[in-house]
Ligand binder design. Structure first.
Ligand code: ADP
Length: 437
C-alpha cells in the first residue's frame, strides 16, 4: 500500500469513526441505529457487500439478527431468519473467543461455517441468492461493560477484493463502539424497568392508604352509633335506637363487601381462582341477586328482562353470582337518587350477553378507560361519598375472562351506566340443549 493510499484510508476511517460515534449518540432505536452504522462502515471497507449484527438472546440461547445490510441483495431480509446456537458458525465462535478475525480463504471459511445448521444455510442461500459460502469474512465480538452482546459480521461474496488483517483494528474499534451503544440501551431499559417497578410500588402504597381510609369510614360510623347507643345519660326513643341499629347494620354490610373484595382480589393475585363448572341458568342467578339487592334499597326498582328459553351455559354459578352482585351493587351505589336498574339477557349465535343498566351519576369517557383497573375509583364529587375499594370491577373482569368472556361498559355522565358481560355458549350444556331440541 502506498503512503498516500494509507493516508487516504486513515482519513476515511477517522471520518467514519466520527460519523459512527455521532450516530451512536442519537436517540435512534437500536435496530435503526445499527443499520445506520453498518451503512457507514461499508463506505470505508470497500469489499464489504453485506453485513449483519447478531445479538445473543440469553432467554432462548440463540443469536438473532438485529440489523442487516446489503443493498445489492433483493432477498436480503431472509437473513433475519438466522438463529444460531452457541459455537455455531462464525458468529458462535467469535462470540466465544472474543477477538476480531478475518477469514479470506475457502478453507478457513469452510472450517468456521461448515457447522451451519440446514435451516440457517437455507436462509443464507436465499438471502444472498447463491449456493456458496462467502469469499471473505470480517467478524468482531460486541463486548462492553463486562457483557458479551453478540457479533458484527461483514462479508464479501462476488467481489474479487477480500478483507485483510489490516482491516482488523478498524473493525474492532467499530465493534467496541457498537457494543457501547448496546450497553447504553441495556442500561436505559434497566433504568426504565426499575422506575416502572418503583412507580408500581408507589401506586400500590397509595392504593393501600386509600383503602385503609375507606375501611375506616364505615368502622368510624359503627363506633359512633354504638357509642351513642351505649350512652347512659341519653334515653333514646325506640325509633331512634332502631334507626341507629339499621345504620350500623348497613355499615357492617359495607365493611363486609369491602373485605370480601379485598380477599377475592388477593386470592386472584395468588393465582387461586379456580372455577367449578356446571350447567348454569343465568336468569335464575340474576333473579337471586336482584332479590338480594332489592332488599338493600327501596329507592331502586330492579327489573329483569330475559327472553324465554335462555340458553343454559357451562359456568361457575358462585363466581358468576359474584360478578352480578358486584355490578348490580354498583348500579345501586352510584345511583344515589334511585331509579331503575335493568338486568337484561341477550342471546347471540355464539355467546350470551348480560347487561346491567342504571340511571345513576354516569362515568365520563376518560374514566371508562381505566374502569377495570385494580383500585381505580372515579374522582368525582358525586361518587365521593360512596364507600368502595376499586376492586369490584377488576374482580368481575377476572372471573368473566376466566370463563372466556368479555366485560365492558357504556355510560353518559348524569344519565347512567350500562355494564355488559358476555359468556360463550359452547360446551357441554350447549350440546345437551341441542340434543333436547
Ligand atoms: P368500588 O368498590 O369503588 O365501587 P369498582 O371496581 O366496583 O369499585 O368500581 C370502580 C369505580 O368505577 C367506582 O369507584 C366508581 O367510581 C365507578 N363505577 C363503577 N360502577 C359504576 C356505575 N354503575 N355508575 C357510576 N360509576 C361506577
Amino acid at each position: 500500500m502506498s503512503a498516500s493510499n494509507t493516508n487516504d484510508r486513515q482519513t476515511s476511517e477517522l471520518y467514519v469513526l466520527t460519523e459512527v460515534a455521532k450516530a451512536l449518540t442519537t436517540s435512534l432505536a437500536l435496530p435503526a441505529l445499527l443499520e445506520a452504522v453498518m451503512e457507514r462502515i461499508a463506505e470505508v471497507l470497500a469489499p464489504a457487500e453485506f453485513g449483519v449484527v447478531l445479538l445473543w438472546d440469553p432467554s432462548t440461547g440463540l443469536f438473532r439478527p438485529q440489523a442487516v445490510y446489503g443493498p445489492t441483495f433483493p432477498n436480503l431480509q431472509a437473513l433475519r431468519q438466522l438463529s444460531l446456537q452457541e459455537g455455531e458458525s462464525v458468529t458462535g465462535k467469535v462470540h466465544t473467543r472474543g477477538e476480531t478475525i478475518v477469514l479470506s480463504n475457502e478453507m478457513a471459511i469452510a472450517e468456521f461455517m461448515g457447522d451451519l445448521r440446514p435451516a440457517n444455510r437455507a436462509a443464507w442461500n436465499q438471502a444472498l441468492d447463491v449456493d456458496m459460502l462467502p469469499r471473505s469474512i470480517l467478524a468482531g465480538p460486541l463486548w462492553a461493560g463486562g457483557h458479551k452482546f453478540g457479533v458484527l459480521i461483514l462479508g464479501t461474496i462476488q467481489r474479487k477484493k477480500v478483507f485483510s488483517a489490516n482491516d482488523i483494528p478498524f473493525v474492532q474499534t467499530l465493534a467496541d463502539l457498537i457494543a457501547l451503544a448496546i450497553d447504553r440501551a441495556r442500561l436505559e431499559a434497566e433504568a426504565l424497568a426499575s422506575y416502572e417497578a418503583k412507580q408500581a410500588d408507589r401506586l400500590r402504597a397509595e392504593a393501600l392508604a386509600t383503602l385503609s381510609h375507606e375501611l375506616r369510614t364505615p368502622l368510624g360510623a359503627i363506633k359512633g352509633y354504638s357509642t351513642a347507643l351505649l350512652l347512659d345519660e341519653v334515653a333514646w326513643s325506640t325509633e331512634k335506637r332502631r334507626e341507629f341499629l339499621h345504620l350500623i347494620e348497613e355499615e357492617c354490610e359495607n365493611l363486609e363487601t369491602m373485605i370480601g373484595d379485598l380477599l377475592d382480589s388477593s386470592l386472584i393475585d395468588a393465582g387461586q381462582l379456580t372455577l367449578e363448572y356446571q350447567p348454569v341458568r343465568l336468569e335464575r342467578l340474576a333473579h337471586e341477586v336482584a332479590d338480594e339487592m332489592q332488599r338493600q334499597s327501596n329507592q331502586h326498582t330492579i327489573v329483569l328482562d330475559f327472553p324465554g328459553a335462555f340458553p343454559i351455559i357451562d359456568a361457575d354459578p358462585l363466581r358468576l353470582k359474584q360478578v352480578l352482585r358486584n355490578i348490580v351493587h354498583n348500579a345501586i351505589k352510584y345511583a344515589p337518587n334511585g331509579g331503575l336498574v335493568m338486568i337484561r339477557g341477550q342471546v347471540r349465535p355464539t355467546d350470551i350477553v348480560i347487561s346491567i343498566a342504571d340511571q345513576g351519576i354516569g362515568i365520563s369517557p376518560e374514566d371508562l378507560i381505566p374502569l377495570f383497573e385494580k383500585y381505580f375509583r372515579v374522582k368525582s364529587p358525586a361518587g365521593h361519598r360512596v364507600p368502595g375499594t376499586g376492586l369490584g370491577l377488576p374482580v368481575a373482569r377476572t372471573i368473566v375472562e376466566a370463563h372466556q368472556g368479555r366485560i365492558w361498559a357504556e355510560s353518559k355522565v348524569g344519565k347512567g351506566t350500562t355494564l355488559y358481560f358476555s359468556l360463550p355458549r359452547q360446551g357441554l350444556s350447549a350440546d345437551l340443549e341441542r340434543d333436547n331440541e
